[in-house]
Structure formats: structure tokens, C-alpha cells
Design a protein around this ligand. Sequence first.
Ligand code: GDR
Length: 330
Amino acid sequence: MVKTALITGITGQDGYYLSRLLLEKHYRVVGLVPPNRQSSVAKLGALADQVEIYSVALTDPVALAEAVEQLQPQEIYNLTAPSFVPDSWKDPLATLDLVTGTATRLLDAVRQAGLATRFYQASSSEMFGQVDQSPQDENTPFRPMNPYAAAKVHAHWTMVHHRQRYGLFACSGILYNHESPLRPPNFVTRKVSLGVASIKLGLSDQLEMGNLDAKRDWGYAGDHVEAMWRMLQADEPEDYVIGTGQLHSVRELIATAFACVDLDWSRYVVVEPGLLRSDEHFHLVANPSKAKQNLDWQPQISFEALLAKMVQRDMDRLKSGTASSPLSVN
Ligand code: GDR
């Protein structure tokens, strides 16, 4: 039987990699895309012809319930979110509605349709926030530090309630930073890979950065979407922390990326105070032991290999004049 997977946020980085994975596994892949976001489907490149797109407002519970009823998906991956964290301060209520509202509406749709659909909720390491233990695992308390993280916590608990009260097969993947050549350039890894490629090719001579001492657990998006899928194939619905378990500073990230093209980063990088964030002083790093043990999951691509891939891809894009086109992934 061909399985149907329904994805929100299909036009984002994770939507791309997850669609590719599911298509390789011969799923029927359906993306729920709001009417005002239809133009973003082009971001899926060659995959756009292989997935089905349903035009549905994620704010409309009736339309979502109809889509679920009609498609009868075996799996739902709820990936939609305004993922650039600082933006959530600009409109906390819109963030809450998109993140928590969409999760709640979809979970209710599954419950009301009486389906055995398996549900994946995209949770985030940002939910741990002000941690007093490192690394974090599935038992670490949530202490969110921004509206994005607070909304993700609310969505997570809504998912847990549906699992406990109604017996839905619902799981939360608490994912640490995961990157790829498809990351938009406002995120730090892509900003650096594009900056390095531009400097190497003589197109710019400076890279303005925020906090060089900030530390993150950076993995590869292709590895992390594999974990999402594995969670929904497990015998029991459980929540998992997904990350590499390795902490690197932004300074290390920059040095590693510049080293890919044999340049000394300290000659080009300047700190721009306007890019510093006031709400982050904590080290978010995963203890992914449970995923390794239960799902047989572990990252395949190292930090160094990931950055080399991103820098190379941006060199190629700039040389071919396609730097603004996020697609054609290696
Ligand atoms: P993050 O990703 O907020 O962790 O959220 P981002 O790449 O924006 O920041 C990572 C770290 O780098 C520091 N930093 C800078 N960041 C940006 N964007 N630009 C800079 O110039 C810069 N200089 C230093 C930041 O301060 C931060 O510490 C990502 C998103 O994918 C979320 O949606 C997801 O939930 C979390 O990861 C896990």
C-alpha cells in the first residue's frame, strides 16, 4: 500500500529534505500550503512536480479537517513555523497562532476523523532555553526565553495531551540546529558560507557577525529529517532529542568555513553590536542517546563536512550567478 504523508512547512529547508526522503521511500507526499504562499512551492525545484500541493489556510480549522478527512494520511509532519527566532519578538501572537494553533487544529482534525494517523510535531532545542544542565535530554525541563520557544513549548504540550487523553500516535522531535545549502542566508551557517564564498571570489571583503562566543549543536538537515521519519515508524509514540551532541562556537564555525578556502578569518570578520542577541547565554547541546538506542539514529555528516559542503555550494552558485536561487542541492 502506498502511504500518504501530509506535510506543513513543505517549502522550507526541512520540508525539502523530508519530501525527498519520503519520495525515495515511495510515499505519496502532500504539502499543505497557504493560498498566499503558493509561489514558494517553486522553492522545491524538481521535487515540485513529484509532490501534491493542497492550498489550505493553516488558520482555518474547517479546511484543515476537510483536508485530513479527504487525504486520510498515514503520517502528518507538522513543520510549519516562522523559524528565524529573533523575528518572533516582532509579532508574538502571530507566532503563537502559527506554531501552536496549527498543531492544535491538525491534532483535533486527526482525532475528530477517528484516523490512526501518526503525527510528528517539530519541536526545538530553543524550548530548553535557560538550561542549568548540559547536555539536555528528554527529561530536561523547558524554560523558553523567547516567543518562538514559548509557542513551541505550548505546541509540544498540546501534542502530549492528545497522545495521553485520546491515544493518538503523536511524537515530538526536539531538534537542535540543523543546516544545509538550503538554509536561508539570515541563519548563521549560511550567512558564513555565503560570506566566505563571496570573499574568496573577491565579491566582498568583510563579514559582519553577532556573538562569536555563542555556541550551538549544529547538524545536517538531511540527517535530522531521517530521525523524524524513524520516530513515526517506531512501535511506541515517544519524544526524542535530536542533535549531534557536539558543541561549537560561532568563532569555530567561522574559522572552519574560512579554512575550507585557505583564508584567515580574523582578517575579514567584524562584530556588529546590532546583531548581538540579549536573550542567549546558555549552552544548548543534545544528548541523543535515546534516539541512538531506540531508533538506531545517528548523524552521518560531521560539522566540518557540512560546512565544506555549504561553502562549496555557495562558491558554485556565485560562479554560475545563481546565488539567489536556494535550490539544486548536492
Ligand atoms: P538559531 O539559529 O537562532 O539557533 O535557531 P541562527 O542560525 O539564527 O543562530 C545561531 C547562533 O549564531 C549566533 N550568531 C548569529 N546568528 C545569525 N543569524 N546571524 C549572525 O550574524 C550571528 N552571529 C552570531 C546567534 O546569536 C545564535 O547563537 C535555529 C532555527 O532553525 C530555529 O528555528 C530552531 O528552532 C533552532 O535553530 C534549533
